[in-house]
Design a protein around this ligand. Structure first.
Ligand SMILES: *[C@@H]1O[C@H](CO)[C@@H](O)[C@H](O)[C@H]1NC(C)=O
Ligand SMILES: *[C@@H]1O[C@H](CO)[C@@H](O)[C@H](O)[C@H]1NC(C)=O
Ligand SMILES: *[C@@H]1O[C@H](CO)[C@@H](O)[C@H](O)[C@H]1NC(C)=O
Ligand SMILES: *[C@@H]1O[C@H](CO)[C@@H](O)[C@H](O)[C@H]1NC(C)=O
Length: 294
């Protein structure tokens, strides 16, 4: 738990402090890391459920878009790879399987006439529960122009042994346990970055479900992380599907905004997570503050 707490607090500090955004002096032409789209190398994927440990150091220039071979540690490759992470969670995620981006090995980008920009990536993803890491190759097309407002990135991914650890028995047991309940929980994790062990499946479920939002909202200009489950209420089971109403806080790393979403979804071992409704909640200044970290 210790590691997770540390990472979560680091993520929160990134949230609160615009002071953590340092702009490097532009006068040093030899400083290769001062590329406008660079993500500091130290930010390499020591994250928990996609929470980046080290705050991003520089404001990216949104109109700088790379073509051709990409630096794996820079924003363009990282953003496209993050979309793949969310995609994998929407397809294969469960209370016992949550994928995070582990590393971008290589990537390139090209403009595709009229439809957008296509990224080809070699990445590795890690299942945070089993800790197993797998390589995937993926294509991500960010739609452009008129289509951009309506369409989420289109993603294809092939990973060799993504789901080699069988979680069916655990899922079935959890399903039976939750079926008769009407759970209520708040602040996962709490102000200290702590999650009670029996609440972890609810956090994992919320993380997987949030990937549906983050995938849908991902563009070449965003980098979303799950920050917290503000609260969750279990609704009545319908058609053998458990139903949950989540209030979720997402952290957008580029704008440093905390964005609130209401998310209604169902889950069962056989059907997986199905989103019934997602709604971005209006900005409110009282809830803008992340949980008190003192
Ligand atoms: C994943 O790919 C990287 C880079 O291509 C390679 O070094 C590593 O051994 C691969 N890992 C696995 C588990 O195949
Ligand atoms: C995904 O986002 C688009 C807008 O970008 C929205 O129209 C659509 O309803 C969203 N999908 C869901 C399932 O909410
Ligand atoms: C749930 O309810 C069913 C029938 O009402 C019962 O057979 C089962 O033992 C209950 N399970 C739990 C975990 O309470
Ligand atoms: C859930 O949390 C949000 C944000 O803190 C709050 O506005 C909302 O009232 C809470 N809902 C419940 C049911 O506690």
């Amino acid at each position: 738990m210790g590691f997770r707490i540390m990472v979560f607090l680091a993520a929160l500090m990134g949230v609160t402090g615009s002071a953590s955004v340092t702009i490097r002096p532009e006068s040093d032409p030899m400083d290769m890391s001062a590329h406008p789209n660079s993500v500091p190398e130290t930010a390499e994927n020591t994250d928990v459920f996609g929470q980046q440990k080290v705050p991003i150091e520089e404001e990216p220039e949104e109109d700088v878009m790379e073509i051709g071979e990409l630096n794996p540690n820079h924003y363009p490759a990282q953003r496209a790879a993050k979309a793949v992470q969310h995609y994998l969670n929407t397809r294969y995620g469960s209370p016992y399987r949550v994928f995070g981006l582990h590393k971008v090995h290589s990537g390139n980008a090209e403009d595709v006439a009229d439809s957008g920009r296509k990224y080809r990536l070699d990445i590795s993803v890690q299942d945070f529960i089993s800790k197993s890491t797998e390589n995937c190759s993926a294509e991500v097309l960010f739609p452009r122009g008129e289509q951009q407002q309506q369409r989420r990135p289109q993603i294809q991914a092939s990973c060799k042994e993504l789901c080699k650890i069988n979680t069916k028995a655990q899922e079935e047991a959890l399903y039976q346990q939750y079926k008769n309940q009407s759970l209520v929980a708040a602040h996962l994790p709490d102000s200290y970055g702590h999650i009670e062990p029996d609440m972890e499946p609810l956090w994992h479920l919320g993380t997987v479900a949030s990937s549906f939002i983050m995938l849908n909202e991902s563009t070449e200009n965003t980098l979303y992380n799950m920050a917290q489950v503000a609260n969750v209420t279990q609704l009545e089971t319908e058609n053998n599907q458990l139903k949950f109403d989540y209030h979720i806080l997402l952290h957008e790393m580029v704008s440093q905004e905390i964005i609130h979403w209401k998310l209604l979804f169902s889950w069962s071992p056989s059907e997986g997570v199905k989103v019934l409704q997602m709604e971005q909640l209006p900005h409110c200044h009282d809830c803008e503050k992340p949980p008190d970290t003192n």
